[in-house]
Design a protein around this ligand. Structure first.
Ligand code: HEM
Length: 408
């Protein structure tokens, strides 16, 4: 799929947000605008045996759902696919799908390795690695920015953090990409299942080896530290390694790819960034808002409640669409413009509330390293072929972006 057409449905009910092809083939900007105006808390009808669910699109409503984990729980899953399938097998054991006291206890242990101070060494290695990747890309001239540059930066950082040895990283890249789904929208459930299990098995072995000989990495921390008065089970450790790799790889990669595309399409913004007129810090925030790699976060209502003027029943699925909230005209001036100097820019790309992205600091550091390397090493970036869009109802962006990079 080369370009995405605008989605202009006759009725709101005919749009199936669960269909990965919808997101790969269409730009949903005007659909989100219409939902925010006409039905900010919209009931998505049930289909093909799947339950219906609420679709929340306004900034303030999204923030209020994500802030209130007592009313809107993550324990039955936090993405549409698992919620519609009836639950997440890692519920109560993996950070993103755990609530209340167990969530707080596990999160407080994990906050330390994700803090700016602990990440210093990882980030220094991200800077060096990113510079090298961009240098190599400039030498080659024409590359697929998605596969040749962006894919390597987040994965190397996560592997550093988890203590995955360099010799295993190729294997982990392959498993992660295939665990995340298909390239063409036709689900290959068997290969996805095999790759997910491959990752779980890999982390199971890594955890066993760290148990006998701990190092200074997150796997060793999970193996050795007590959480709420007990050590974590082997399964809990494996699920959380899995969640870190799945949560931090593709999202960051997609923001890098979408960020470069937006810059290539807007020479004025490219000039503003490379001349230093706009700093990298606001530029990173605008890239995050613009790309919104995680389209939605899902929750389940724990009791009857009102959301806007809609009555939400206990047990119903509530999905909050950051893709829409980040373009809410009541919060962002000219929300459909890519403006690197935008301020304030309180985007929701990392969600909000108790489940706010644990890797936000790391992701920002990776994007900063990329923008700095592009500014330093690249004078002109141009498209060298059509991009390919990701088929997913959860992740948004491009899986291929051929570009020509000319050095300074
Ligand atoms: C949570 C987005 C990078 C690890 C989240 C959530 C979002 C998100 C939206 C909240 C999910 C929910 O509300 O249910 C992103 C984006 C990223 C990114 C857009 C990059 C641009 C990372 C990185 C890591 C990471 C680099 C780790 C290496 C996590 C974890 C959680 C999380 C462990 C669960 C936190 C909790 O439940 O307390 N992320 N993420 N993410 N993210 Fe990220």
């Amino acid at each position: 799929m080369v370009t995405r057409s605008e989605l202009t449905p006759a009725t709101l009910d005919e749009v199936d947000l669960t269909d990965p092809r919808l997101h790969a083939h269409h730009d949903l900007g005007s659909f989100w605008r219409r939902l925010r105006a006409e039905a900010p808390v919209h009931w998505h009808p049930e289909a093909e045996g799947r339950p219906g669910f609420w679709v929340v699109t306004g900034y303030d409503d999204v923030v209020s759902v994500l802030s209130d984990a007592e009313t809107f729980s993550s324990e039955r899953g936090n993405v549409l696919d698992t919620l519609l399938a009836g639950g997440d097998s890692a519920a109560g054991r993996m950070l993103a799908v755990t609530d209340g006291r167990p969530h707080k206890a596990l999160r407080s242990v994990l906050l330390k390795p994700f803090s700016p101070r602990s990440l210093e060494v990882v980030i220094e290695s991200v800077r060096r690695g990113t510079r090298r990747l961009v240098e190599e890309a400039v030498e080659r001239g024409e590359v697929d920015f998605a596969a040749d540059v962006a894919a390597h930066i987040p994965l190397a950082a996560i592997c550093d953090l988890l203590g995955v040895p360099p010799s295993d990283r190729g294997h982990i890249i392959e498993l992660t990409s295939s665990a995340l789904g298909s390239e063409d929208g036709v689900p290959d459930e068997e290969s996805t299942w095999l790759s997910r299990n491959g990752l779980l098995l890999y982390f199971s072995e890594l955890a066993a080896s760290r148990r006998s000989k701990p190092y200074d990495d997150v796997v060793s921390l999970l193996v050795t530290r007590e959480v709420d008065g007990r050590t974590l089970t082997h399964e809990e450790i494996i699920f959380n390694c899995y969640s870190i790799i799945m949560g931090g790889h593709e999202t960051t990669r997609l923001s890098m790819i979408g960020g470069l595309r937006a810059l290539m399409e807007r020479p004025d913004q490219w000039r503003a960034l490379t001349s230093g007129e706009v700093g990298t810090a606001p530029a990173v925030e605008e890239v995050l808002r613009w790309t919104t790699p995680a389209l939605h976060s899902g929750r389940t209502a724990t009791h009857d409640t009102f959301l806007g003027d809609q009555f939400v029943e206990e047990g119903e699925i509530v999905t909050t669409w950051m893709a829409s909230a980040n373009r809410d005209e009541r919060v962002f001036d000219a929300p459909d413009d890519f403006v690197l100097s935008r301020s304030p820019n309180k985007h929701l790309s990392f969600a909000h509330g108790p489940h706010f992205c644990l890797g936000a600091f790391l992701a920002r550091a990776e994007l900063t390293a990329l923008l700095e390397s592009l500014c330093e090493l690249v004078s002109v970036a141009e498209p060298a072929g059509p991009p390919r869009y990701v088929y997913s109802n959860f992740l948004s962006g491009m899986s291929a972006l051929p570009v020509t990079l000319t050095g300074r």
